[in-house]
Design a binder for this molecule. Structure first.
Ligand code: NAD
Ligand code: WQD
Length: 334
């Protein structure tokens, strides 16, 4: 099977391309490199010892997308391409609505035209807003607290309407919890250019002395130690979930939604302490006020993904902390 991976040079996309190639799929990437580097393509080839096809360009470019579908015999698409920084989406909402919505609309139009109607879409636990209880199940009410989250929810609705209008589509909407970690080779991982917004990339930069001190956003939440609790999931486990989703959409029609998380919640301080211990490195931190928009706790009930996709996360928090640091250490010394 030949899979088109939009945003395949990015963090989750690159790891998914590795899993696809390792499992006998052919891979075509389209990425405009707005948040990734071209060298990732070579790293994917190096890890897998397999070839792939790379198109540098924008998913919103209909002509380019038609050209790709014309040349390649695409069987299914995994759609990662989009912007993902919550804070920036509050400052620049139009940038987020324009890119995330337009890329999906163009992609689906071109897929329709070429009669390729199997799609795996990267959604997010952010569509649950402030959950009414924990753990979070797929049928919980949906709401959003920022423009980025709203683009994900809007796209989920667009895809739902598409399936209502044409029941030959088969779509898996994957709601990721908090992906961290990196491939064990240390060749690919999360590599933000700017000061990171997310916890793990920030911890890594403090550990490598690129940043001075982690600000822990609040220690007065109603959680085990007062700091925020999240469901961190190893990016390799997450990537493998996409292969399971592909197998299912290949055999079914309609749209379905899956939480991809571990079901376990860790606090900020648990992550900091585990990271320090596993990697034998100090992480300076200070407690500061809460970050606006944050919730106390968020973790998945992943049982539906286990039942329907036959997928469970296998890696633990030690693997996540070790692999995240390994990637940065390896790439710093090169
Ligand atoms: P990323 O930024 O590392 O990867 C996205 C890739 O898409 C980048 O390589 C970027 O260059 C590319 N891209 C963006 N807009 C494009 C366009 N119009 N045309 C072509 N390429 C384009 O992000 P990621 O962490 O790998 O996330 C992948 C997807 O998963 C995103 O849709 C994101 O919203 C979603 N997601 C991420 C997380 C997370 O915490 N990382 C959590 C939930 C959902
Ligand atoms: C985790 C915990 C923070 C940074 C975001 C998006 C979500 C999804 C995943 C895309 C929280 C605390 C963080 C720091 C801290 N992305 N923290 N100091 O906010 O759960 O989710 O990424 O879909 O949509 O909202 O992840 O890593 O930013 O924060 O104390 O410098 O770490 O308060 O408790 P979050 P995060």
């Amino acid at each position: 099977m030949k899979i088109l991976v939009t945003g395949g040079c990015g963090y989750i996309g690159s790891h998914t391309c590795v899993e696809l190639l390792d499992n006998g799929y052919e891979v075509v990437i389209v990425d405009n490199l707005s948040n990734s580097k071209r060298e990732v393509v070579d790293k994917i080839k190096e890890i897998t010892n397999k070839d792939l096809t790379f198109y540098e360009g924008d998913v919103r470019n209909q002509e380019l997308m038609e050209d790709i579908f014309e040349r390649e015999n695409i069987d299914a698409v995994i759609h990662f391409a989009g912007y993902k920084a919550v804070g920036e989406s509050v400052q620049l909402p139009l940038k987020y609505y324009r890119n995330n919505l337009d890329s999906t609309l163009t992609l689906c139009e071109v897929m329709s035209k070429y009669n390729v109607k199997k799609l795996v879409f990267s959604s997010s636990a952010t569509v649950y807003g402030s959950p009414k209880s924990l753990p979070i199940k797929e049928d919980f009410p949906l709401s959003t607290t920022n423009p980025y989250g709203s683009t994900k929810l809007m796209i989920e609705n667009i895809l739902k309407d598409l399936v209502i209008a044409d029941n030959s589509w088969s779509i898996a909407v994957l709601r990721y919890f908090n992906p961290i970690g990196a491939h064990s080779s240390g060749l690919i991982g999360e590599d933000p250019n700017d000061i990171p917004n997310n916890l793990m990339p920030y911890i890594v930069k403090v550990a490598t002395n690129e940043l001075e001190c982690l600000s822990v956003f609040g220690n007065d939440y109603d959680t085990k130690d007062g700091t925020g609790v999240r469901d961190y999931i190893h990016v390799v486990d997450l990537s493998r979930g996409h292969l399971k989703a592909l197998e299912v959409i290949n055999k079914t029609i309609g749209i379905d939604y899956y939480n991809l998380g571990t079901g376990k919640g860790y606090s900020v301080l648990e992550i900091v302490n585990t990271f320090s211990k596993v990697n034998n490195v100090k992480v300076n931190y200070k407690i500061v006020g809460r970050r606006p928009g944050d919730i106390a706790s968020c973790y998945a009930d992943p049982s539906y993904a286990k039942e329907k996709l036959g997928w469970v996360a296998e890696k633990d928090i030690v693997d996540m902390c070790r692999d995240a640091y390994n990637f940065v250490i390896k790439n710093k010394t090169k």
